[in-house]
Every structure is written in C-alpha cells, then in structure tokens.
Design a protein around this ligand. Structure first.
Ligand code: SAM
Length: 196
C-alpha cells in the first residue's frame, strides 16, 4: 500500500499536509483549520482498515479528506468502499475536490451532514474511524459499537492529545465488555476498540 501510492493521491496528500501545517502556525481560526491526522497515523489506520473483517468501512469527520485518502488505500487493496461523513459545507467542498483530484471518487463516498443523523441507517460495520468534535464521541460510540461485526474495529483519534476531555469516553470503552480496547501512542493517540 505505502510504496505504490499513485501520484494523484500522493500529490494531494502533500498539498493537504502543507495546508494543515500552515493553518497550525498562522492563527487560522479553529473551525477553518483542517485539523488532520499526521502521516504515521494514516499508515496505522490503513493497516488496521486493510486487516479488518468484512463490513462497511466508515469515517466520522472528513475535513478535507486527508485521513480518507489513507483509508482509501486500504479499501482499494481489499476491494471495499469508504463512506465518510462531514458536517461543514466548506470542508465537504474541499473533500470533494480531494477525492476528484486524487481520483478516488469510485472508492470514497462523501456524505454531507451530521453523521449522527445517518449512522443508524448503516449496516454491519467492519471498520470505523472517529475523528469529529470530542463532545460527540460517546454518542457516536453508542451508535457504532452495536453495528460492529465480531472482530470489527472502532478507532478514535485524540485519545492522548485530548485525554482529559475524552476521559469519560475512554473510561467507558475500556470498561465495555463488548470490546477489547487499548490506547495506542501514535500521533495524537488512537483508541482502538475491537468487537468481541
Ligand atoms: C479533526 S477534523 C477531521 C480530520 C480528518 N479526519 C483528517 O484527519 O483529515 C474533524 C471534522 O469533523 C467534522 N465534524 C464534526 N462534527 C461532525 C458530525 N457530527 N458529523 C460529521 N462531521 C463532523 C468537522 O467539521 C471537522 O471537519
């Protein structure tokens, strides 16, 4: 997956990495920033998604589609599609542009709107990446975990960078007998939950 990334994907990844780095340094307001994962987290997500059992592959919080590109590598490898949810119209516009120029429109479907209004309609889930506002993590967790197939994975970002804000959600996941859960110290910290 990593040594054969198509030029169309690689160049959009580099472009978004530059925008994200600039946003973090120039005082761009929070809601306008891309706030995307670092590349190593992208590789980690792609490895997990490619190894996940059959079922839908979904992402909650697209921003401009950087993490979606990493997940698209995994989906392409195993012949699946990614469905990704983004609530802000300007971010959705950027994500559509990402998927167009990276030529992954046949692999990635962008759903514009609040993921919470759509998740209940989803079928069985093999892999979910949760990377939205911290206030909705528990709600999304409650919507996704019942839909995970046995062995299915829910990965949530910011488990270390926002450990305090996410403490109730992290404590709950780690005490939840439906899953085995662990915080992995990569990037901003990934909570990995595997359905039993
Ligand atoms: C941290 S950014 C996502 C970064 C992206 N995963 C990446 O690494 O490239 C969080 C995104 O979640 C979106 N978001 C927040 N609440 C949402 C919701 N309820 N449904 C869908 N998207 C949401 C925000 O608009 C924002 O673009």
């Amino acid at each position: 997956m990593f040594l054969t990334i198509r030029p169309s994907i690689l160049s959009r990844m580099h472009e978004l990495e530059q925008i994200d780095a600039r946003d973090r340094g120039d005082g761009t307001p929070r809601l306008q920033r891309l706030r995307q994962i670092p590349p190593d987290t992208g590789r980690f997500l792609a490895l997990l998604a490619a190894s996940s059992p059959a079922g839908e592959c979904i992402e909650i919080g697209t921003s401009a589609g950087y993490s979606s590109l990493w997940l698209a590598l995994a989906c392409e490898l195993v012949g699946r599609k990614l469905r990704t949810f983004e609530v802000l119209p300007e971010k959705a516009r950027m994500a559509r542009e990402t998927f167009r120029v990276a030529q992954v429109e046949s692999i990635v479907e962008l759903v514009e709107g609040d993921a919470r209004q759509h998740l209940w309609q989803r079928g069985e889930v093999g892999f979910c990446f949760l990377d939205a506002e911290k206030e909705i993590y528990e709600e999304c967790y409650d919507l996704v975990v019942p839909k995970l197939v046995p062995g299915g994975l829910l990965v949530a970002d910011n488990a270390i960078s926002h450990a305090e804000a996410l403490k109730p959600a992290l404590d709950r996941a780690q005490a939840d007998t439906r899953v085995d859960a662990l915080v992995v110290p990569i990037g901003k910290g990934e909570l990995v939950c595997r359905k039993i």
